[in-house]
Design a protein around this ligand. Structure first.
Ligand code: GLN
Length: 378
């Protein structure tokens, strides 16, 4: 049998989490919170289950949840998506991205990606006969060179896939980036797919540059959001996608046949829980405290770092410690030093190795203390 994805193996997140468990290592690899979510939200789900909200939800998501999402986006970013036509509830961010690409990318269409890019983007494009085209970003600032992007755009360019706050680099797009992007897509039919799953995890008083802040971009863009990242329940696999009717209509044509609809009691619970905006507006402060705690504890280690601007990932450069390839070193640190991370070369199509590892600091203080002490011994 010919594989449809001959160059794809098991995701690095699964590989490193398995190795961490087998080695009994502290797992700062795969990104997921290591602490409990709010019981108020899980209790709400339970109550809705007991009340009998256990059958299929509408394909697009329950109106109550889509209405409150529309309000939330309006109050955070200023654009009001029509709850009925322009918002769809998804089984997490990855499903939204896969479905959007499947719905919109035709054979030979080009999609511009910015490596180090999250690992689900390129396979989704390739499975649909599209071609990922790369504008690489480099350690440590990971700035987009918009002149380079301009040169990559041609009549085959169907989509530009942006991700801010950016996984794995922890950088954020600025207003000037968004204006450069606007200039590039103006007057074209290029769709912007904006992965904003870490929208509420931004630091140092910065604001998240959502696509929804840019009226010139909204009419031909889709934006992807995640409840798992915001409410500490990545295992629930719940998120949503927003965009204009002409794109959402195509999105739903695919969504209805690969998911149909998403978990009903969770949708009702989220609709209630979102009424109180403090649940997400408190996130920058909550995670900044963790970032600062972790960085303070490793400041005397031999790793180099630039504090991340967003996401719950911190990159550490080990060029003063080892000349090993990052994948090898990440495995060695896991099995020999008891600390698991994610090597950043896996996010580059050419496996560019800049001697950088990604560490997830969405953990209890105790775990961060232990991780930091292991890192300081290296
Ligand atoms: N988004 C998470 C990360 O970057 C991983 C999710 C997954 O394992 N698919 O670590």
């Amino acid at each position: 049998m010919t594989s449809k994805l001959p160059n794809v193996g098991t995701t690095i997140f699964t590989v490193m989490s398995k190795l961490a468990v087998e080695s009994g290592a502290v797992n700062l690899g795969q990104g997921f919170p290591g602490f409990a979510m709010d019981e108020k939200l899980s209790n709400l789900v339970h109550q809705y289950m007991i009340k009998g909200f256990n059958q299929y939800a509408p394909m697009q998501g329950i109106p109550e949840l889509r209405k409150i999402i529309s309000e939330k986006i309006h109050s955070c970013y200023g654009h009001r998506y029509d709850w009925s036509e322009e918002i769809t509830i998804t089984s997490g961010g990855t499903q939204a991205i896969f479905t959007a690409i499947t719905a919109l990318i035709h054979e030979n269409d080009e999609v511009i990606l910015f490596p180090p890019a999250y690992d689900c983007y390129a396979p989704a494009i390739e499975l649909n006969g599209g071609k990922p085209v790369y504008a690489e970003l480099r350690y440590p600032d990971y700035h987009i060179n918009w002149e380079q992007v301009k040169k990559l755009v041609n009549h085959k360019t169907r989509m530009i896939l942006i991700n801010s706050p950016h996984n794995p680099s922890g950088t954020c797009l600025s207003e000037s980036d968004m204006l450069e992007l606007s200039k590039i897509v103006a007057g074209t039919d290029i769709i912007v797919l904006s992965d904003e799953v870490y929208e509420h995890i931004v630091f140092d008083g910065e604001k998240h540059e959502s696509i929804a802040r840019y009226p010139q971009l909204v009419p031909n863009s889709l934006a992807v959001f995640s409840f798992g990242k915001t409410f500490h329940n990545t295992g629930w696999k719940m998120g949503y996608i927003t965009g204009p009717t002409h794109l959402m209509t195509e999105f739903r044509k695919v969504h209805q046949y690969n998911v149909f609809s998403c978990n009903t009691p969770i949708q009702y619970a989220l609709a209630d829980y979102l009424q109180d905006s403090i649940t997400y507006l408190s996130l920058p402060q909550f995670y900044q405290q963790k970032r600062d705690y972790f960085l303070d504890k490793i400041k005397d280690s031999r790793f180099h770092f630039v504090p991340c601007k967003g996401t719950y990932f911190q990159l550490l450069n080990y060029s003063d410690i080892s000349a090993d390839k990052d994948v090898e070193l990440a495995k060695k640190f896991t099995t020999e030093n008891g600390i698991a991370s994610i090597p950043c070369s896996v996010f580059y199509p050419d496996h560019l190795d800049e001697k950088v590892l990604r560490f997830c600091f969405a953990k209890e203080e105790e775990t961060l203390t232990k991780a930091a002490s292991l890192l300081c011994k290296i």
